[in-house]
Design a protein around this ligand. Structure first.
Ligand code: GLN
Ligand code: ZN
Length: 754
């Protein structure tokens, strides 16, 4: 059997975030569509040639996107909602769907499975007229071919597309996008015919929804789709590929389908490894995802080879590759000359991962001896581990089982006695608008153009302004505004031991927004206070309480690349211990409200229900470790952003925080129902307005939200706050909205007293 090599996708933002620059130049009008197309074509060509030169045999195409691959699919299958019909220029229509325009709101954006990538949610209704309306996969295939590179076009699968969609506003109650599967598959059938005509040998159809729990009806739909597509007279070979987890019960269905290949994520979905032998894949090619596309560590190639070798007897063909698209990791480790050499040795970015795949392929074809030197070098680099910090480990052992506060009911009395807050206290989530001047000051300080004293003075001025503004608005619990933070994870990562930062390690978060996740590589500890100076300065400027602001352990992990040589739960405890030190120092400095944000708690929730309990257990335990050991009178807040609150309300209870604020403005009724159903008894601040838009809610609208919340929440437990931090907003709308929020809270308060 000849073993081939592949990757499932590659970073598309280009070196130096070239795509971001090109798209934003087009938006601002400083470059035209032709310039944007030229950059896009150059980036695609760079990817294909890089993969070819690395020695990858099966090179994917149609993995490029100007904004998002789900949006590309929406355009291709003719599912563009009516409200964008005014645009005659396809490029402008495309970006209008992504970002909105004067007349039409953008498509909703949400997280792509359990990653920090966001896709644009398709809106499907009875009015959606599916039709093959675009030729992107054909065009990109032809483009690569013109460069002499044969590729495997990648399509987002129809089942995944519809399961990720939501019903359009005009759809009747209970409408399910999945009911349109037959119509959509018709479009795919036509597309496959055209791809075959163009000379495509094999397509990759991604169905990552198989990595989550699926109903029997959905599995039946899977069977029907690939039965139909497989039986087409004119089509390329089909590889149905899943990633982000094991596909369990879907595996025998794909094995029995009339398709040529199946792809499995054998890293996140390692449970599938043992299922391959009995799956009936002897007549099919297996795409074995053996190199992790989600994390940045060098692969243990000996272990990967052993897994690959164990599969050979059970499959008809083997293609070794990445576990998922490499779009989730940075492009090239060679862009990181400043990293500590030992750490660098342990890392592999996209380009290095392609190299690992090639090496695996050679070892499988030519035998291990042929690549002995490379394997040994890889092994040696991998085995240089960061030194253990025995002090951290000993402290954690001594805290084992000692992370509980006094019962919540009893703490309440101490908190009320220590401080007289009005009913329905008003507050915000932490950040205030980040003005150009603050960003400039931070950048200048970083670059050494602004000295520490001048920077500190500049930030203190900003804190003075934000405190004065909050007092003027009449908020009850104030914040310092987070002007010193570029990013809520990066800020702490830069101050914790065990974390490293990259120079060019960008990954796409959504559209042109890229993030540079820090690398958590070693034992974590806090050498010195991280936020106490700013928070106590803010407190010194007001007699109102100021709330300290920290990022929680799960979020610190979710938005970083995290060591994989020990369980995540252990790493979370180390981060929690460092945060606990900060919490205690804030308390000792007189700060009585401390918020520990966990916006990523929902995002990190495992895709399969069987894994969720264990995750929530360690996640909530880490939060409790970070926030316990404080006086009963200290009020611990937490904050989360997502709308399906009901799903996770028990876990929020388990955090044992005194007050939790949650993003809720876009799904108020669900939240209230969830609270009622669970008999939730802690402090809760359902966001009363959506901070993701500049719209200013008026007073009656906020009053109405509060009244609805009061239908489910004891008035003594209800807090009043926006949905999330205000850092992306401008000052005029922020000030107006907060004034309305305070006015609404006062009106509702007055009715409570009566
Ligand atoms: N405290 C953070 C802020 O206000 C919380 C951000 C978030 O939830 N993503 O910016
Ligand atoms: Zn938030």
């Amino acid at each position: 059997m000849r073993v081939h090599t592949t990757v499932l996708g590659y970073p598309r933002i280009g070196a130096g975030r070239a795509l971001k620059r090109a798209v934003e130049a087009y938006w601002s009008g400083s470059a035209d569509a032709a310039a944007l197309r030229e950059t896009a074509a150059r980036l695609r060509a760079e990817t294909w040639t890089a993969l070819r030169d690395a020695g990858i045999e099966e090179i994917p195409s149609n993995t490029f996107s100007l904004y998002d691959q789900v949006l590309d699919t929406t355009v291709m299958v003719g599912a563009v909602p009516e409200r964008y019909a005014g645009h005659t220029e396809p490029l402008d229509r495309y970006f209008a769907m992504a970002r909105g325009d004067a007349g039409a709101a953008p498509l909703e954006m949400t997280k792509w499975f359990d990653t920090n990538y966001h896709y644009l949610v398709p809106e499907i209704g009875p009015e959606t007229a599916f039709a093959l309306a675009g030729s992107k996969p054909l065009d990109e295939y032809a483009e690569a071919k013109a460069l002499g590179i044969e590729t495997r076009p990648v399509l987002l699968g129809p089942l995944t597309y519809l399961l990720l969609a939501k019903a359009s506003d005009s759809a009747p109650e209970g409408y399910r996008p999945l009911d349109r599967l037959d119509d959509l598959v018709g479009v795919y059938a036509e597309l496959l015919g055209r791809l075959a005509d163009a000379g495509v040998r094999r397509v990759q159809i991604d169905e990552p929804v198989l990595a989550a729990d699926r109903t029997d009806a959905e599995l039946d739909a899977l069977r029907a789709v690939y039965d139909r597509l497989g039986r087409l007279e004119r089509r390329p070979e089909i590889a149905v590929v899943s990633y982000f987890g094991d596909i369990g019960p879907a595996l025998p269905i794909l094995a029995a389908a009339p398709i040529e290949a199946v792809g499995l994520d054998l890293v996140a979905g390692a449970r599938d490894i043992d299922r391959v032998a009995g799956a009936g894949l002897t007549g099919k090619t297996l795409y074995a995802g053996l190199v992790d596309g989600r994390n940045i560590w060098r692969r243990d190639l000996t272990a990967a080879l052993a897994t690959a070798a164990s599969l050979l007897g059970s499959v008809g063909g083997l293609v070794v590759g990445t576990s998922c698209s490499l779009q989730h990791v940075p492009l090239d480790l060679d862009d990181e000359p400043d990293l500590d050499p030992d750490l660098r040795g342990r890392l592999a970015f996209a380009r290095q991962k392609a190299g690992e795949v090639v090496l695996l392929g050679r070892a499988l074809r030519e035998g291990r001896d042929a690549v002995q030197a490379e394997l040994a070098a890889s092994h040696a680099a991998r085995s240089v581990q960061a030194p253990r910090d025995q002090r951290v480990r000993a402290r954690l052992d001594s805290l084992e089982g000692r992370s509980d506060r006094t019962d919540y009911g009893r703490r309440g009395a101490a908190q009320n006695g220590a401080e007289r807050l009005p009913a329905l206290p008003t507050t915000t989530i932490g950040s205030f608008p980040q003005t150009t001047e603050i960003r400039r000051a931070r950048a200048a300080h970083r670059a050494g153009r602004l000295d520490d004293a001048a920077y500190e003075a500049r930030m203190r001025e900003e804190i003075d302004r934000v405190i004065a503004l909050q007092e003027d608005i009449g908020l009850d619990v104030l914040v310092h505004g987070e002007p010193e933070r570029n990013d809520m994870v990066q800020y702490f990562a830069e101050r914790l031991r065990g974390y490293a930062a990259t120079r060019e390690g960008w990954v796409q978060s959504y559209g042109t927004r890229c993030v540079r996740p820090p690398i958590l590589y070693g034992d974590v500890s806090r050498p010195e206070p991280m936020t106490v100076g700013w928070t106590t300065y803010a407190q010194s400027r007001t007699s109102k309480p100021v709330k300290g602001m920290l990022t929680g352990p799960v979020t610190m992990l979710a938005w970083s690349f995290v060591r994989d040589d020990q369980p995540l739960a252990d790493t979370a405890r180390q981060v929690a211990l460092a945060l606990r030190d900060e919490v205690h120092d804030l308390e000792a400095a007189g700060i009585r409200h401390i918020q520990v944000d966990e916006p990523a708690l929902r995002e990190k929730l495992p895709l399969r229900r069987t894994d969720q309990r264990a995750f929530l257990d360690w996640a909530t335990a880490a939060f409790r470790l970070a926030t316990s050991g404080v006086a009963d009178s200290t009020v611990i807040h937490s904050h989360m952003c997502y709308s399906e609150f009901g799903e996770i309300v028990d876990a929020i209870d388990d955090l044992d925080a005194d007050v939790t604020s949650v993003e809720a403005a876009r799904s108020r009724m669900e939240l209230v129902d969830g609270l009622r159903a669970h008999g939730y008894r802690r402090g809760i601040g359902p966001g009363v307005y959506d901070i993701h838009s500049p719209r200013v809610p008026d007073v009656p609208e906020i009053e109405e939200s509060l009244r609805r919340a009061l239908a489910a929440v004891d008035p003594a437990r209800l807090w009043v706050n926006p949905d999330c931090g205000l850092k992306t907003r401008g000052y005029p709308e922020t000030e107006a909205a907060l004034r309305n929020m305070v006015a609404a809270a006062r009106k509702v308060r007055a009715t409570l007293a009566r």
